[in-house]
Design a protein around this ligand. Sequence first.
Ligand code: ADP
Ligand code: MG
Length: 631
Amino acid sequence: MAKGKIKVTTENIFPIIKKFLYSDHEIFLRELIANATDATKKLKALSSIGEFKGDIGDDTIEVTLDKKAKTLTVKDRGLGMTEEDVKKYINQIAFSGAEEFVDKFKDQEDAAGIIGKFGLGFYSSYMVAEKVQIITKSYLDESAVIWECDGSPEFSLNKHKKEDRGTEIILYIDDDSVEFLEEARIKTLLDKYCKFMPVAIKFGEKSEWIDNKKGKKDKDGKVEQEEIKVDNIVNNPAPAWTKSPSSLKEEDYNGFYKELYPMNFEDPLFHIHLNVDYPFNLTGILYFPKISANMEVQKDKIQLYSKQVFITDSVEGIVPDFLILLHGVIDSPDIPLNVSRSYLQADGAVKKIASHISKKVSDKLEELFKKDRADFESKWDDIKIFIEYGMLSDEKFAERAAKFSLYKSTDGKYYTMEELTKKITPAQKDKDDKLVYLYTNNVEEQHSFIDAATTKGYEVLVMDTHLTAHLVGKLEQSVENTTWARVDADTIDKLINKDEEIPSKLDDKEKEKIKPVIEEVMPKGKFNVQFESMSETDQPMTIVQPEFMRRMKEMQATGGGGMAMFGGAMPDTYNLVVNTNHPLISKILKEKDKKKQAAITKRTADLALLSQNMLKGEELTKFINQSLELI
Ligand code: ADP
Ligand code: MG
């Protein structure tokens, strides 16, 4: 019988493990099963090189609960440990960093980080157990041993009669951790951390219905069913991302998506299978999910694994910012996963990985675009939000996306930026040779403006995401002498000013005279009255929302940088554009009867408000009633 002291430089590590690592107690199960998985894979590796000649047999890892004895056991059929191994790997190595650990992480709660960094994997079991036993028999022909330690630095190590190869870790669950004796709790944890671990994991049994063995039939002549108990295997040891892309079909990818997100009923739009060996090791599958235009962003949908062991699903700072909107799995043993979040974000390897993923995604998008443009176009409305977000947050991505990002016109055609520019250049340059891109964010509400533009042969683009203001700002800056304007930002002749001046019927003095008359009938402070010399057949008054202020407001609402200077919410600003050549305006000017003058003005302004959907409530009712009286 051997007795000894675990080599710790700090008097007692266990209270520290318990106290400082409280936030993530549950990960002990992941650590133990990951060790069991490692041991099993190592044995297979030894077998494949002829170092182990015996029969591996059934290598299923088994998790069992004994509520009476208050134990949780993880049992594997891996390579096991000799007495020397236990001394070396359990007694010494684990605590080599103890002192450093205590110094550095006293105030930290990031348990996952500390555990990985200091090799406390096995010892994390003391977060939930008052005593732990290891019963293990090595694949090398030696006697089995039992190691036991109750959380003090003393342990015991003795021979044991266990005959089959492998390791059993028995946790005597502490009174304050009895939740881990609940089947449901363990089920949840296995599903969270072990769903795709590479060795089968059994937890209890489940029912299955099969044709009864005697071939008994019911009265309808159908074979009767019989209930049998089978092993309940909780994981899929060979998930799709570990397979070669050429061996997988579309339905396999969609099936795996369902496996990852059982609550998502819609198929993803498409996937990207990542498979990188150099300069780092990374595999995974990313999915573009179907989301609605108003961007119900579901972050934290990408799951991060290290050799099929679940690490985290909050991947901010690890994958490129904009890919947070994607779903799927990334698996890399090269990401230093077990250290804290802030460390991860600053890590050079992580940054490289992020930019690599970004490149892979743009490559794939370009490939899809080139291969089948019609199909790509049919998906565009669903994926544009990801791409716009990517273009805004990642300069490199924006450069690459120039080749495949599309712009949809109001007649349903899709253009690349190059095609679009070529198409509109002849017609949409203004008198200063500036190229004007026109867009709408609401085809129905802005239809009169769209009509005015298309009648002139202009192209109007549908840009209707929350990011539009940011995006057009970026596009404007990236090409000299271009500008973007929403169709309702001004009258069309002002938006693309061709310098074809129509002589005005009103002079400045007359404009000064009519201005207060109009201001009098409009709601206070919301509209600036402006005059424009338009065609007689254009509307007498039009309400427009100037591009610059509107865009600023939108950017502020979606969190644009540098908007803070405006303080609180910016007000909406509108211009009321008066057509100086319309007969009705001349009529208002000439009307001597003040009451009548105000009435005509009000009605003309109401018409403008009405066409902008801005005549509401009582005012609208009044307008309708007056109209009815005319009939
Ligand atoms: P790590 O897994 O990072 O090496 P752990 O504390 O989890 O650190 O485990 C320490 C060592 O104990 C392992 O490297 C391994 O040699 C040994 N070990 C732990 N669990 C098992 C097991 N189930 N079978 C065989 N060896 C094990
Ligand atoms: Mg481990």
